[in-house]
Design a protein around this ligand. Sequence first.
Ligand code: KG4
Ligand code: ZN
Length: 335
Amino acid sequence: MKILAVESSCDETAVAVVEDGRRILADCIASQVALHREYGGVVPEIASRKHIEAIYALADDALRTAGITRSQIDAVAVTYAPGLIGAVLVGVNFAKAAAMALDVPLIPVHHIRGHIAANYLAFPDLEPPFLCLVVSGGHSMIVDVEDYTAFKILGSTRDDAAGECFDKVARLLGMPYPGGAALDKMAADGDERKYPMPHTKLSGDPLDMSFSGLKTATINLIHNAQQKGEALDIPSLCASFSLAVSDILIPRVEQALVLTGRKKLAVAGGVAANSRIRADLERCASELGVACYMPPLKLCGDNGAMIGAQAYYEYLAGNLAGQDLNAFATMPIDG
Ligand code: KG4
Ligand code: ZN
C-alpha cells in the first residue's frame, strides 16, 4: 500500500511516499529554517504562507522521486495535530483535496505518533511493545508504545520541552535558530564538569520532568558572566548544559524501563539527535540488557516519511477521516 504523506505542523513542509509503513519511496522536505532564523524562532504566519507556496510542487516532487503516478497512490495521510494551527491547516486542507481528487482514503496522523513511527522506517523488524523517549522542540515525554495505535504516557515535562531549552540557551550564546545542533557540536570540545548545573526536585510523578529551572539557571549564568565582563568557556558551558539535560532524561527512562519491563527502547524527535543523550541512552539500555533503537538524524527531525509510516498502522486500525477533518493545535497522543 502506497501512502502519500503530508507534514506541515511547524517550519518544514514535507511530502513523502511510504510503502506498507516501512519503505520510503520518497521523502521530500522544503525547510523554512533559514527564513525564520532572522527572527530567532518560527513566525507562525510566515510558516503557513510558505507551506501553501511549497506544498503542491513538493507533492509532485515526491511522486517523481518515488517513480509513480497519481493513480498509484492508495491513500493520503496528514499530520492533523498537534502543531502551529495555521501551519497544520495548510497540510490538512491540501491532503483533503488530494484524497478527494484521487478518490482514496484520508488518514489523520498525530505528529508525535509519527515521530515514534520513524523507528519503523529505520528498523524494519521493530514491533511494539517498546518504550520510547520523545524529545522534540515542543514535546518531552516517555511513552509506552503498547501497540501501533495504543500509547500510554508514563511521564512528561511539566513546563518547557527539552528542545526549547536547547534553542533558548543556544540563542543566548549567539547561535542561529534552531541552535540545538550547533550547541551539541560546540559541546564536543568542552569539559562537561566545568559548570555544575542545578537539579530540580519534583514532587508527584517520579517520571515527570522539568527543564525550566535548568534553563533559567543557565540563562542567569550567562547574564552574570556578561555583566561582570567575565569570559565564558562556551564549549564547556554547552557540554555542562547537555549533560544536565541528559541527567534529567536518563534516570527517568531507566526507571520507566524497570517499571514496565520493556526490553526495547526507541527514541524520537529532533533532540534525539543529541550526541550526549544518544550516548547515555545507549549505555543505560546496555546496562539493563535492553535493545536500543535510534533512528538516523534525518529521521529524528520533522519529515513526511514518519507520517506515512504511522498512517499505515492507523489505516489498518480503521482510523480514517472524512472531508470534515479539522486541525488541532494540541491533542494528547493517547486521545
Ligand atoms: O522534532 P523536531 O524536528 O521538531 C519538533 O517537532 O519540535 O525537533 C526540533 C528540535 C529543535 O529544538 C532543535 O534545536 C533540536 O530539535 N535539535 C537538537 C539537536 N538537533 C536538533 N537538540 C540538541 N542536540 C541536537 N543535536
Ligand atoms: Zn516534530
